[in-house]
Design a protein around this ligand. Sequence first.
Ligand SMILES: NC(=O)c1ccc[n+]([C@@H]2O[C@H](COP(=O)([O-])OP(=O)(O)OC[C@H]3O[C@@H](n4cnc5c(N)ncnc54)[C@H](OP(=O)(O)O)[C@@H]3O)[C@@H](O)[C@H]2O)c1
Length: 274
Amino acid sequence: MTAIKPNEKIGFVGGGNIAEALIRGLIAAGVAQARQIFAADVSAERVEALRSRYKVHTSTDNVRTVQQCHVVVLAVKPQIAEGVCREIAKGVTNHQLVVSVAAGITTGQIHEWLGGRGRIMRVMTNTPAVVLAGASAVAPGPGVTERDIRLVETMFGAVGEVVALDEQDLDAVTGLSGSGPAFVCLAVEALADGGVKAGLTREISLRLAVQTVLGTALLMKEGKEHPGVLKDKVASPGGTTIAGLHELEKGRFRGLLISAVEAATRRSRELGKR
Ligand SMILES: NC(=O)c1ccc[n+]([C@@H]2O[C@H](COP(=O)([O-])OP(=O)(O)OC[C@H]3O[C@@H](n4cnc5c(N)ncnc54)[C@H](OP(=O)(O)O)[C@@H]3O)[C@@H](O)[C@H]2O)c1
């Protein structure tokens, strides 16, 4: 784990969901102290909420925030990333690391919008980062050092699992772990529908379905067992589970999920070409 040095400061430009998750995770994991964190947002109400919740420094001035920090996290919506980069460019120097979490925005675009200044990294994270159970991929862009990569891994490790990849792989990450939460939600909703069809109440069905997915995920993550091995353990000869698995295979369950990830990856590539 590459730690933030005591004199280093992290600044967030955009103080929304992802910025708040990171601020919470960084402090909870002891990666950074509140006094090392600065957050800027257009909304005075929003920065006040972050200041009172986490005791971090806050401002509605993006450029001033950037000038005070060693690491800048660009956490605004992709649609406004160009305008915000062009605005903060005058505050960025090559001594700073700029980490973008904006989906679909390349390090090359950010490098250009910042006028060639700063060392750039890009991260694709996902919604469960908000509950510190995210899946993030970090990719290096222009000028980054080995320490920059390790530092960003440490930062995003505070909000879940993290892998380091080349930027060209981030479309596949978008298709798998970026879009994945929606695929899992669909599966959970359908499992709950199955419970309702079998006579359980909606509320009980949903609670059982959510806990089944959570518990199975923990078994795979903490028990480190292959999903196929775990599946075989539940499916006893001539039993209930193998009857259900047969129905899933008839409906091409696995093929559909593979196609879903493939389609989302393809769409991410198409959007990136615009
Ligand atoms: N949420 C996720 O699970 C997730 C997953 C993967 C990637 N991402 C990426 O993470 C980025 C942030 O997402 P988010 O969910 O945190 O979005 P968000 O909650 O909308 O946060 C963005 C924040 O930036 C503020 N803002 C707008 N214009 C600004 C400006 N000119 N200067 C400074 N701040 C400004 C917004 O204020 P207003 O609301 O008042 O406009 C908002 O508080 C996005 O690029 C997204 O693609 C998010």
